[in-house]
Each structure stands twice: as C-alpha cells, then as structure tokens.
Design a protein around this ligand. Structure first.
Ligand code: COA
Ligand code: AMP
Length: 631
C-alpha cells in the first residue's frame, strides 16, 4: 500500500489503525481500545492498557535473543572516546540504577529531573526512571541555573541526576555548580542527587544530599519493570512558550511507545539492528524521541554523539561517524548542515570517508532552506527529507514516509501529513482556507497517540494555548499553507517563539529578563534572520530617563544578564538602545515590522501605527549594528 492508501485507511478507521500499530508493543495488559474520548476535548489513548516503557526499549530485545546487539554507541570527539553498550549490558545498567533509586524511595509517579551532558549515562538515567514507572524531566545543559530552578519548582522532583560537567569545544560547562545554584534558588528541594562524575571535572559532593553515581549503585538490587497505565506520563519536557514560564509538555506512556515504534519503519525506513543517528541533544524532544526512545523501542542501535558538526575536530566529523558506525539514517537540524557548508562549501571532507551506508538524511527543528537541502542532496547523494514536528507532538506531523513510499520531494515543504494528522489551514475565524492561501496551521482533534494530552499541572494553560482559539482543533503555533497536492509549507510562528540553531526560545522570556535590568524602562526582543542559526534574538532597550550609564555598558550588562538567567543557548548577543518602540495606537509593540526592517525586507507601514517616524529611528539604530540593509 502506498501513502495515500495508508492515510485513507487511517482516516476511515483510526481505531483499527492504531490498534494495529499497537501490536508492535509488548503489553502487560493489552488495550481493549485505542482512543478514550470520555473527557473530550482532552483525549487519551490506550488508557486501559498496562505497559512499561523500559521493558519495550530494553528488556524485550534481550528476551528475544538480541541481547548481544549494540544498543548504544557513544562517540565523543570532545573527549576522544568511543564505546559500545549491548542490550544485555544496558539492561544490567538500567536495572541497577533503577534498583538504587527505588531503594532511596523513588516510586511510580515520582518525578526525577535529569541534567546531563551527552553521555550514555543520560539514557541509562532516563530508562531507569521509566523502569520504575516514575516520570523524568530532562533539562538541557545549555540552560542557566535559573531556568533549571523554574523547572525544579514546577516538576517537584524527588531526585535529580546530573553530570559533574559538560564539555563544549574550548570550555567546560560547570553543571554541578549550576545545579547547586538552581537547588538553592528553587523553593522545592529534591530529597537527593546522584552525580555522574566526569573525569574532565569531578565535582564536590554535598554530604547527605549528593551521591556519587557509582557508589550510589554499589550492591543495589536489580529492579524489575513496574507496570503503569497507558495514559500515565512517561516524561515531562519543558519547552518555550510566550512567557518566561516554560510549558511542561506531558508525554503519555502507551501512545509514545506505539507512535514512536510506528515511525521507525514507516517514516525513517529502518529495521531492527540498523544504526540510527539523531545528532541532537537529550535535552530536546529530538533527543528524547530519536536518540533515546524510538531507536531502542524498535531494536536499533542509537548513537550518543558528544560533539559539534564543525570544530570537533573538523567539518568531516559527521562523515567520519557515518563511516565508522555504518549509519543508515542521520537526523539533525538544518543549522548543522549550514555550519558544515560554511566551513567546507565544496564538501571536500566527504571524499575522505565511505558514507555508502547512509540511506537518508532527515531534517527538522526549524525551516530547512532550499540552498541547504540542495547542497546536502548533491553532497550525500541520498534523499534529504525535511519533516515538521514540535515538542508537543513528539513525532512528525508532516513528513515524507520513506518506509511506506518515497513521495516526490518538493523543496521548501516537509511534505504531507502523517496518518493520525488531519491538518487544516485556518483563517482567523477558524474557517479552512483554499489551497495555496496562508493561514494558521491546525490539526483536527483528537491528536494521534504520543502527543501531549495536557501540560503538567496546567490544564487551563493547555486549553488556552492550544485548544481555545480554534474549537475542535489543536493550534500548532505555526503559520503556512498547503498546496493543491496536499504538501505543507511552514512559514513562520504565530507567537513569540523563535528558533535559534534549531533551539526553540521565547522572546517573551528574554524580554522579562531584560526588563529586570534597573536601567531598562521598556524593551522588545525580535528574531532576526541569521545565515547560520536561522534566527538570532535582537533586543531593543529603552532606558530610564536620566540614566547616566553609557548605552554600550547597558547593552553589555543586558547580554550578560540573559546569559546568566536563561543560558548560553539563548545566543543573545545583539541589542541596541532606542528612544522609543514602534507601537499601535492601542499600545501593541510592532515586532513583526521591526523584524522586516532588520532583515531589509519590504513591508507596509501598519495602518494602526501610532507614530510612523519611530520606524526611521529603529532603522537607524539597526544600521548602527550592521542590520537593516536597504530593501
Ligand atoms: N551545555 C552547555 N552549553 C551549551 C550546550 C550544552 N549542552 N549546548 C550549547 N551550548 C552553548 C554553546 O557552547 C554556545 O555557547 P557560547 O555562546 O559560549 O559559544 C551557546 O550555547 C549557543 O549554542 P549553539 O546555538 O548550539 O551554537 P554553537 O555555536 O555552539 O553551535 C551549531 C552551532 C550549529 C554547530 C549547533 O547549534 C548544532 O550543531 N546544531 C544542530 C543540532 C542540534 O543541536 N539541534 C537541536 C535540535 S534538533
Ligand atoms: P521544537 O518544539 O523545539 O521542536 O520546535 C518546534 C517548532 O520548530 C515548530 O513549531 C516550528 O516552528 C519549527 N519547526 C520544526 N520543524 C520544522 C520544519 N521542518 N520546518 C519549519 N519549521 C519547523
């Protein structure tokens, strides 16, 4: 069956489709039905089933006689390490850590925050938590202590598992001091912490609270997998919304297992045993779904890569990894390829390696620009597949399902909706628009298995953020259009979220930080176009009347403040002081117009603008820092 038939079959009977997909999972109590709509418009899947995530990702492969297969390859050019973990070994490691956690009182439903660099122990920690039916919340290492504290207070973890440090090219990231500062700042305190000491920078442990990873597990009993209900949360992953308070996306256990397992063959076209590599970080949804869970659930070999596409040591690293480990599918963000292209535009490094194992490159996380796609296609000689999804969805809304049928690629489009997704383009009043017309991208409820049923302890925010605007639909927050052939085009966010190097960031969150600077009266942050990172945040600062401090000093302090409060990942390095911000007569800051000016794009002065002269002031200020080329 081709894509159209499979999509039509899903649409005709979603219940049959998902019950069939559920056969790929080992159940303790199989589901009697797929969808539970008893609480619509909040939907759940496989609610009456009992299952364990870790069993499906680890134990079942051992039981099936595949324990000798490599589960994880750790490839770390920044520490010059390559190591391999079989499924047998992974089961031992995970069961032992789970046993030690259980002995310290971690049980089903407890939260455990994980703050770790890209080491295989991060996956061991995630799986050990899920083995106990507990709920993990992984926090990306590029976030500052304050961001970690906010997440600790929201998730209220019983324990935190961390690495002593992370390694970025040229510097060591001091995770443990950041963790200490975050716990100090948070109102909620964990019962205990487990610290994986990295030899590059072992940390000082706080007696009574902190435990060394190895000592902690010494002599621990091996824990069994704990059954949970299909709708119980597997994890919480915080993501940026419009404010500084991140949204706690809840991932339901059974839907997550069923959907991810389905995607591995149908979208990525890999079979158990194949090597699958998502070059991302466990702190992001791509890392959750496609470094940890999906490849392991499906019995693949996954790669934990601790390095960058360039500089570790050169722009040939990706090809070296593909060659050395015989990678069949690579998944990364377009920004990684832009980085490689910038350093090796002719692609000369590829010639040094044998990358014939590679069957496809998948890109997601941000818009894939046509130049990058064409360059990658020519260089690698394999299909380059853009696919579109979000932290909220956990897997692709739209893709080119290579395992079903390779549809014609239309550059600039992540192709077509996957089964489970009835995607519609809506006008402001919620009516579907014609093909080719721009609108808000929404998905008809219910969303498929694996997607968020709610936000952690914030059902009202969930309804308000995603359901209320277009009743009967999930609002994606992206705008775009669908062509006559049903191909989607993702054009922009409809909210204050920007995408920097594939990392999702809130301009509203940055504005909250800037507004806390004592000399800043008012501010706005926009995302300007950047050749490498896609977008970069740029701040406009209006200082208090009578401020004597030089503008440059205020800008430098603001840059440091965002780095300290949000973290280096915000990449906030650009700001200008202006007298006034352009606003509508009702006081709304005209951020979209400022973006157009900064990018040198054409625009119409909004009819509602209060004082058009301010736009010239903005243009002059932007030119002063190298932006706003003439349109
Ligand atoms: N821990 C601590 N700091 C981190 C970090 C981590 N895990 N990850 C990134 N940072 C820091 C970086 O060191 C950098 O700090 P700096 O301002 O001191 O240089 C800052 O956060 C910004 O990071 P990033 O935006 O990633 O820029 P970069 O220059 O380090 O790397 C790319 C640029 C394109 C090479 C890199 O972003 C990349 O490989 N991206 C593609 C893959 C990916 O991660 N996608 C995400 C989701 S799919
Ligand atoms: P995140 O939740 O971090 O995965 O970010 C999700 C957002 O990234 C989406 O809502 C889009 O705005 C953007 N995004 C992800 N994938 C794509 C893609 N393939 N094309 C365009 N934008 C994308």
């Amino acid at each position: 069956m081709g894509y159209s038939d499979i999509y039509a079959a899903w649409k005709a009977d979603p219940e049959v489709f998902w019950m069939d997909a559920a056969k790929g999972i080992d159940w303790i109590t199989p589901p009697s039905r797929a969808l539970d709509d008893s609480n619509a418009p909040l939907y759940e899947w496989f609610t009456d089933a009992e299952v364990n995530t870790c069993w499906n990702a680890v134990d079942r492969h051992v039981e099936a006689g595949n324990g000798g297969r490599t589960a994880i390859i750790y490839d770390s050019p920044v520490t010059d390490t390559i190591s391999y973990i079989t499924y047998d070994e992974l089961r031992m490691r995970v069961a032992r850590l789970a046993g030690a956690l259980a002995a310290k009182g971690v049980t089903k439903g407890d939260r455990v925050v994980i703050y770790m660099s890209m080491v295989p122990e991060a996956l061991v920690a995630m799986l050990a938590v899920s083995r106990l039916g507990a709920i993990h919340s992984v926090v990306f290492g590029g976030f500052a202590a304050n961001e970690l504290a906010v997440r600790i207070d929201d998730a209220r973890p019983k324990a935190i598992i961390a690495t002593s440090c992370g390694i970025e090219p040229g510097r060591t990231v001091h995770y443990k001091p950041l963790l200490d500062a975050a716990i100090e700042e948070a109102t909620h305190k964990p019962d205990f912490c487990v610290i994986f000491q990295r030899e590059q920078e072992p940390a000082e442990l706080i007696p009574g609270r902190d435990h060394d990873w190895h000592v902690f597990q010494d002599g621990a009993e091996l824990a069994d997998c704990v059954p949970v209900k299909g709708s119980d949360p597997a994890y919480i992953l915080y993501t940026s919304g419009t404010t500084g308070q991140p949204k706690g996306v809840v991932r339901p256990t059974a839907g997550h297992l069923v959907a991810l397992n389905w995607t591995m063959k149908n979208i990525y076209n890999v079979d158990p045993g194949d090597v699958y590599w998502a070059a991302s970080d466990v702190g992001w949804v791509v890392g959750h779904s496609y470094i940890c869970y999906a490849p392991l659930i499906h019995g693949n070999t996954t790669i934990v890569f601790e390095g960058k596409p360039v500089g570790t040591p050169d722009a040939g690293t990706f090809w070296r990894v593909i060659d050395q480990h015989k990678v069949k599918v690579l998944f990364t963000a377009p920004t990684a390829f832009r980085a490689i292209k910038r350093q090796d535009s002719k692609g000369e490094f590829v010639g040094k390696y044998d990358i014939s194992s590679l069957q496809a490159l998948f890109l997601a996380g941000e818009r894939a620009d046509p130049d990058t796609i064409e360059w990658a296609e020519k260089l690698l000689g394999v299909p380059v597949i853009d696919h579109w999804w979000q932290t909220e969805t956990g897997w692709a809304i739209a893709a080119n399902p290579l395992g079903i049928e390779k549809l014609p690629v239309k550059i600039g489009s992540p192709s077509v909706p996957m089964p489970g997704w009835d995607v519609q383009i809506l006008d402001e009043a919620g009516h579907p628009v014609a093909a080719g017309e721009l609108g808000a991208i929404a998905a008809k409820l219910p969303l498929p298995p694996g997607t968020l049923p709610t936000l952690w302890h914030a059902e009202e925010r969930f309804r308000k953020s995603y359901l209320d605007h277009f009743p009967g639909y999930y609002e994606t927050g992206d705008a775009g259009y669908m062509d006559e052939d049903g191909y989607l085009y993702i054009m922009a966010r409809t909210d204050d979220v920007i995408n920097v190097a594939g990392h999702r960031l809130s301009t509203g969150g940055m504005e909250e930080v800037l507004a806390s600077h004592p000399d800043v009266a008012e501010c706005a942050v926009i995302g300007v176009t950047d050749e490498l990172k896609g977008q970069l945040p740029l701040g406009f600062l209006c200082t208090n009347a009578g401020t004597e401090k030089p503008d440059a000093e205020i800008v430098a302090e603001c840059v440091k403040l965002v780095r300290d409060k949000i973290g280096p990942v915000a990449a906030f390095k650009l700001a200008v002081v202006v007298d006034r911000l352009p606003k509508t007569r009702s006081g709304k800051i005209l951020r979209a117009t400022m973006v157009k000016i900064a990018d040198g794009a054409e625009f119409k002065t909004p009819a509602t603008i209060d004082d058009p002269a301010i736009l010239d002031e903005i243009r002059v200020a932007l030119k002063g820092i190298g932006y706003a080329p003439d349109a």
